[in-house]
Design a protein around this ligand. Structure first.
Ligand SMILES: [Zn+2]
Length: 506
């Protein structure tokens, strides 16, 4: 199920949780990709001619799917996604490659995909990949990893906890997508740094990965084209687990290559497992390989996008609710703004304070110029919201001014026990088509108002100004136009509130 026009019906937990969920095994890998692409074997064997960097920028369409739990919680924070996507583009700007958001950003609610093993992950990609685009998914837990590239489905999956400010997981997985192995290729099978046999004694000449024997790269460069990742400008790296670099940008401990030559492992390559703080670049040979890989993917990148420009926040006007409006929105409010030139979609943030620097009450992407916020508003509370227009080729820009509204006063009343006890709604359950009798007695005279809501908060019927006589009233409500299901009737009498749950049977 993909939801193009997002209705915020069930965003109950929002985005305060930005870490990987508890896992059954510790996340020792930053990435679940351990293989080497057959394409790279051919390329490094000289069977595919290297391509020079494209003179024109190559634009790669990304189909982005944000996966949440069944009830719609746990989504990646949209602003964080935008910033991570911009960092991805920064990392690839030197390659003259830029990524853009193709079509709509899709939301998918599925707990089984949100926290998945590789089998369910494969199902996810099989079922939701689109053709002729680069499919990117953001989930809660991608099979115990920060992310992975699936060669079988040619897509990448990222974990919400690994795409925060400065994280390079996205660029790393795109590196796999464009044919790159890890700089420490071969050592993935060893699993943990503590099991690497190269600290106190020389490294073996080969390491085993699956059924393959992989040559261990030597410091003198004598086997660089055949060992490890096969790139001669990525120095030896035997560290198969996330590691922190020191101030010199290297792993603190030194290792011994098979010739007993001591060396330190550098942390700047994006395809290493050095921490995000350390990594910053791809090597020239890696760049040529990725450029060549992209060149072989016919029909993916475009060099002639339509004319585009960043969407400007100055062009955005909040239309409804008007700033500082106070009104009764019951359980829902529709946020409306104008169509902004160059905007392909919008990032909406709704908060309970005017400070948007921390976690935000709810936030989402939409391709529409309105959004229904349903079932999450607290009565008699002030809300703040802003919208950032976004162009699919250029995500730069800023948010609109903050607008605010107050969810009105009439919904603030709590149920009045005496009023509630004096009211009768019968029969309930009621057969569809039958008349309902709403009555009350023993009340003070006043004006009654009542509203019937569907279970999803739509207002179906409303009557006000019903005058009580001798402290009582009697009304009939037709159910002829109502389908079987659960409804809510809200009644007020001079500010006193009562509600009834109503069931209509077939
Ligand atoms: Zn990786």
């Amino acid at each position: 199920m993909t939801i193009k026009r997002l209705t915020v019906f069930s965003l109950l937990l929002f985005f305060t949780v930005c870490q990987l969920p508890a896992q059954t095994s510790p996340p020792t890998q930053v990435c679940g990709t351990t293989g080497r692409s057959p394409w790279l074997d051919k390329y490094q064997a000289g069977k595919i001619a290297p391509l020079p960097k494209s003179a024109a920028t190559q634009y790669i369409p990304v189909h982005l799917t944000i996966v949440g739990e069944d009830e719609g919680s746990g989504y990646a924070d949209p602003l964080t996604l935008v910033q991570s996507f911009q960092l991805l583009n920064q990392d690839f700007s030197g390659l003259n490659i830029q990524f853009y958001i193709d079509g709509d950003i899709d939301y998918l609610n599925s707990s089984i995909y949100y926290d998945h093993d590789f089998n369910n992950g494969r199902d996810l990609l099989t079922n939701f990949n689109r053709r002729n685009v680069f499919n990117n998914y953001v989930v809660g837990n991608p099979a115990g990893n920060c992310g992975y590239y699936s060669a079988a489905e040619d897509a990448i999956v990222l974990g919400v906890g690994c795409i925060n400010g400065g994280d390079r997981t996205w660029s790393h997985e795109v590196g796999h997508f464009l044919g790159l192995p890890h700089t420490f290729y071969g050592w993935e099978g060893v699993g943990e740094i503590s099991k690497v046999e190269a600290f106190d004694k020389p490294a073996p000449t080969t390491v085993t990965l699956g059924r393959q024997s992989v040559e261990v790269e030597r410091v003198d460069g004598s086997n660089c084209a055949d060992a490890a990742d096969g790139f001669c400008d990525t120095p030896p790296d035997y560290l198969p687990e996330r590691w922190q670099c020191n101030n010199a940008g290297v792993y603190a401990d030194s290792l011994l290559d098979p010739d007993s030559t001591r060396f330190v492992v550098h942390g700047k390559n994006i395809m290493s497992y050095a921490n995000d703080r350390c990594v910053e670049e791809f090597s020239e040979e890696q760049i040529t390989a990725m450029t060549t890989n992209l060149g072989g993917r016919t029909g993916l990148a475009i060099t002639n996008p339509p004319a585009f420009a960043a969407a400007r926040a100055e062009d955005l006007t909040i239309l409804s609710p008007a700033d500082r409006a106070v009104a009764t929105y019951s359980d829902e409010v529709t946020l409306v703004w104008n169509t902004v030139p160059n905007a392909d979609f919008y990032l909406v943030q709704l908060n309970i304070s005017s400070n948007f620097n921390g976690s935000v009450f709810t936030s989402f992407f939409t391709s529409d110029t309105s959004a229904v916020i349903r079932n999450i508003l607290t009565p008699n509370r002030r809300y703040y919201w802003r919208v950032r227009p976004l162009n699919r080729y250029d995500l730069s820009g800023s948010f609109s001014e903050i607008s605010q509204f107050r969810n009105g006063a009439t919904t603030t009343a709590t149920i009045d026990p005496a009023f509630d006890a004096a009211i009768s709604l019968a029969p309930n359950p009621v057969g569809g088509g039958q008349e309902l009798r709403l009555s009350g007695s023993g009340l003070t005279n006043g004006r009654l108002e009542y509203t019937l809501f569907s279970s999803d908060g739509r207002q179906l019927l409303r009557r006000d100004g019903v005058q009580l006589t001798n402290g009582s009233f009697q009304q009939t409500i037709s159910t002829a136009s109502l389908s079987p299901g659960v409804y809510f009737l809200r009644m007020t009498l001079d500010g006193r509130l009562s509600t009834r749950r109503l069931v209509i049977t077939p």
